[in-house]
Design a protein around this ligand. Structure first.
Ligand code: NAD
Length: 297
């Protein structure tokens, strides 16, 4: 590949690592101010079992917290933990004034009801933004915490000056943690939003009309150039492990000449998601401490 080609590709990359760094830097002043007043922002992560992907995600969150100066504590429980016991642990964290954020790493073992667990976390410490009270408040744009991945995607679009107002935004995947909240956030920004799922017939007929295509299917290399229109922006949320290599839903090489912008995997949505989690934790510490620090999140 020539240097010209390389710089052309570089210009199209929506760089998640860069945005994550900026978000983390923007927190440092607020964290210092909190610490000056005796408040150390803290997040408590609960990991059940040893799902290898979950272990990596939790490690990434711990590393980000350490970089930011946020205290992170990890509680690891065996796969066999009973739901009631887990709920009791969450209740103890809800009542601990030194804990500002609680995150239960998903997925949970099948004998534990994820919805019950999510609802057990106090909405005021729900830094993942999954509690139904916080999810519902997305409609009125007033939750204390927006869910990290969809909000991270909005931040990426804003950072690169990509307005969605009046644009066709197509989302592949309608999970509660990515697709559905993102659809509402894009509607709040006056986009025309189409939500697709595994049962949608002829998804290309929708994706080819997308100005902004967000893929959160978790199907490696699902999207090639035949799915997209010239000049589209592609946000690839998917994470698949193919033979030890992490890849997204999008076949990067196939689409790169056709797109105006694209998030790489790795180095796209993932780091921004973690940075937003840190931001939510700091916001929680500010709100809970009652210290007058301005934040715009
Ligand atoms: P999920 O399994 O809960 O939902 C997947 C959705 O995609 C479903 O709505 C399903 O109907 C739809 N889907 C699957 N295959 C499809 C197809 N061929 N055509 C149309 N729709 C299809 O997944 P999730 O929790 O939302 O995660 C999705 C992907 O995003 C996974 O790979 C996950 O690892 C990744 N993820 C990444 C981040 C990040 O920070 N980068 C965060 C969350 C999830």
């Amino acid at each position: 590949m020539t240097d010209n080609n390389n710089s052309g590709i570089k210009k199209k990359i929506i760089d998640g690592r860069l945005i994550a760094k900026e978000i983390e830097s923007s927190l440092s002043g607020k964290i210092a101010e909190l610490k000056n007043k005796g408040v150390v922002p803290s997040i408590n992560v609960i990991l059940v079992g040893d799902n290898p992907a979950s272990v990596i995600y939790v490690r990434n969150k711990e590393r980000a917290a350490a970089r930011c100066g946020i205290l992170s504590k990890k509680d690891i429980y065996p796969q066999t933990i009973r739901e009631e016991e887990l709920l009791n642990k969450i209740e103890a964290l809800n009542n601990d004034p030194l804990v500002h954020g609680i995150l239960v790493q998903l997925p949970l073992p099948s004998h534990i009801d994820e919805r019950t667990v999510m609802e057990a976390i106090s909405p005021s410490k729900d830094v993942d933004g999954f509690h139904p009270m916080n999810v519902g408040k997305i409609f009125t744009e007033s939750p204390p915490f927006y869910p990290c991945t969809p909000y991270g995607i909005i931040k990426m679009l804003v950072h690169y000056g990509i307005s969605v107002k009046g644009k066709n935004c197509v989302i592949i995947g309608q999970s509660n943690i990515v697709g559905k909240p993102l659809a509402v956030m894009l509607m709040n920004r006056l986009a025309a939003v189409v939500s697709l799922n595994i049962y949608t017939k002829d998804i290309k007929s929708f994706t080819r009309k997308a100005d902004v295509l967000i893929s959160a299917a978790g199907k490696a290399r699902l999207i090639d150039e035949s799915f997209i229109k010239e000049g589209a922006v592609i946000i690839d949320v998917g994470i698949s492990n193919i033979g030890g290599k992490i890849c997204g839903d999008v076949n990067f090489e196939s689409v790169i000449n056709k797109v105006a912008g694209i998030t790489p995997v790795p180095g796209g949505v993932g780091p921004v998601t973690v940075a937003v989690l840190m931001e939510n934790t700091v916001k929680s510490a500010i709100i809970k401490s009652g210290i007058n620090i301005k934040y715009k999140i």
